[in-house]
Design a protein around this ligand. Sequence first.
Ligand code: PRX
Length: 625
Amino acid sequence: MSTGYKSFHESSIKDPKGFWAEQAKLVDWHKPFDQVFDYSNPPFAKWFIGGQTNLCHNAVDRHLKDRAQQIALVAVSTETEQERTYTFEELHAEVNRMAAILQAHGVVKGDRVLIYMPMIAQACFAMLACARIGAIHSVVFGGFASHSLASRIDDAKPKMIITAEAGMRGGKAVPYKPLLDEAITLASYKPEKVLIVNRGLSDYSTVANRDIDYASEREKHLNSKVPVEWVDATHPSYILYTSGTTGKPKGVQRDTGGYAVALASSMRLIFGGNPGETMFTTSDIGWVVGHSYIIYGPLINGMATIMYEGTPLRPDAGIWWSLVEKYKVSVMFSAPTAVRVLKKQDPAFLSKHNLSTLRTLFLAGEPLDEPTASWIHDALKKPVVDNYWQTETGWPILAIQRGVEVMPHKFGSPGVPVYGYNMKLLDEATGAELGPDKKGVVAIEGPLPPGCMQTVWGDDQRFTKTYWETVPGKQVYSTFDWAIKDKDGYFFILGRTDDVINVAGHRLGTREIEESISSHANVAEVAVVGVEDQLKGQVAIAFVIAKDPTKLANMEAEVMKTVDSQLGAVARPARVYLVSALPKTRSGKIVRRALQAVAEGRDPGDISTMEDQSVLAQIKQVIGK
Ligand code: PRX
C-alpha cells in the first residue's frame, strides 16, 4: 500500500465511515448497508447498519464460482493417523448436510448451539452450519471439564449441543461425551438434543430422545441443500466465553457483518494471505484464534485452512513443518509456547523440510520473548510477526501490518496500533494520557472497530461496567494490560492489570480456579496466582489454608484432581502450597501481587498496607525461596 502506515492508520480514525466502507467491499453483501456505523449509544457500536450478509456464504458459497475444486479444508490428525482434504465444493456439501441436521431438529435463526469438540472436520462443518442458518454457536474448548461446560450451558442456553465421543492426545483417547453428560446433569438448563460424532475411539452411553448420531443423520441428509439465511450485519454470529476477574465467564458476543469485514481486511493487510494459498493456524477452535484464523479468516479469504489434531512433537518435531511443505502453506500462525517447545528439539526437524512457500510466521496470545523470537527467526529465515489482541477484539490490536507498510520490528514489541483502533496509553490512577516510556493501561477509545465484541451475552450492563468504566473520568475500553509505548509509537506489553493469567497462551481466570479449589472439603481459604514459567510463560500456583491441618496427606494431589475434574487439566495449578495464612490488607483483601512476587522470588515491594507482615516470610519458607 503506497500511503504508508501513519496516514493509513490516521485515515481509519479520522474517517472511519470512508475507511470501513472501502474495506467492506472485500465481502459479499446480500443487501448493502445504509450506514457504516452507529455510535449513538456508546459504548455499543453497531457496524454496517441495514446491510445483510452471511458468514457461511462468505466463507464457502461465494468461492464455488472460482475455486470449487480447490482445497478449502485439510483435517489432519496425527493421533488417529487420519488425513483428509475437502474442496470448497465438498465443504459446501458437508456444511449443507450439517445445517439440514440442525434444522431437522428444530434449530432456527437466533438459537444457540454449543459445540464441544476436538479438532476434527465436523467441528468446522458445525460452526459454518450454524452461521449458514443464523444460529449462534458457542464453541467450548475441549480441554474444559464439566463445571466449566455447565456454566456455559446455563448462560448460553443452547437448543442443541454438538460433540464427539472423544478426542485424542498423545496417543490416548480423551473422553468428551461423559464430561458433557455430567455437565448437562450439573446445569439447570437442559438442551433438547445432543448430536454426537462417533469416532470409534471410546465407549459411551446415550440418553434416549436426546442423543442423536451424526453419521446416521448425515445419511438422511446426503443431498440436502439448505439456503443461506441472510442476516442483519448486527446479528450475533457467536458467543465465545472468556475469563475475567470474577468466577463467572463472560460470553463475548460477536456480530456478523463487522466480523466478516474485519477478518477479510486483516487477512490481506496483516496476514498477507492470498486466495488460493494455504494458511496453517496451530491453535484450537475453542479459542478466539481458532475462530478467526482457523475457520473464518482464511476461508473468507478463499484460502485453504489446516485443522490439526495432535501435538507438535508426534510423530516427531518436524510434523508441522512437513505439513507446511506438503500443503504449500504461505501463512502460518502459532503461539510462543509452541515455538519454545520446538526450540528444545533438534533443529534438523525444521531444516530438512522445504519451507519455500512460507512467507511469514505470526505469533500471538502471550508475550514473545527475545530468545524465542530470535531462534525461530534464524531457523526459518522468514519474518516472524508478533501480534497482540484479545478474545474481545476478535482480530489484532497491535501488529506490524506488513500489507500496509513493512515497518521494522522491535524485539519485545507486538508493534503499533492496527488501523481502526484508536489506542491510548493511560495512567491508571488519573486517566491521563502518557508520553513515551511510561507504564500505563492499554485502552481503546470508542467506537471499537468492526469485528470487536458487541456486548457481554445477555448482560449489557456487565459489558459497560467491566470494560468501559475502569479508567477515571473517561469512557474508554480497557484491555486490562499494562504497557509502555516508545517514542516511535511501538507498544511493549507488560502483563495483565487484573487477575487473569496466561498459561501457554491459554487465558484463565484465577478466581475460577480458586472457586473450584474451594469446593474441596478440607479447603478453608485459597489464593491462586500466575507465576513466571520458562516454557509456558506462566503457570498457576495455589496457596491453600486447610480447614483441618491434621489431614494433609495427599492434599496437593487432591486439590489438583478437583480442578482437573471440574475445570479441566488446562487450569490445573502447577503447585499447591499448604500455608497457615495468606497475605491480606486490613480490609481482608488477599494481596495477590505480593504472593506472586514472592513465588517468583522477587521483592514484594510496598507491603505497608498488609495486616500481618510476617505472613510473607512464612510463605517464603514454605516455598523455599
Ligand atoms: O494479556 C494479553 C495476552 O493475552 C490476552 C488475551 O488473551 P485471549 O483473550 O486468549 O486472546 C488471545 C488472542 C491472540 C491479552 O489481554 N496477549 C495476547 N497477545 C499477546 C499478549 N501478550 C503479549 N503479547 C502478545 N502478542
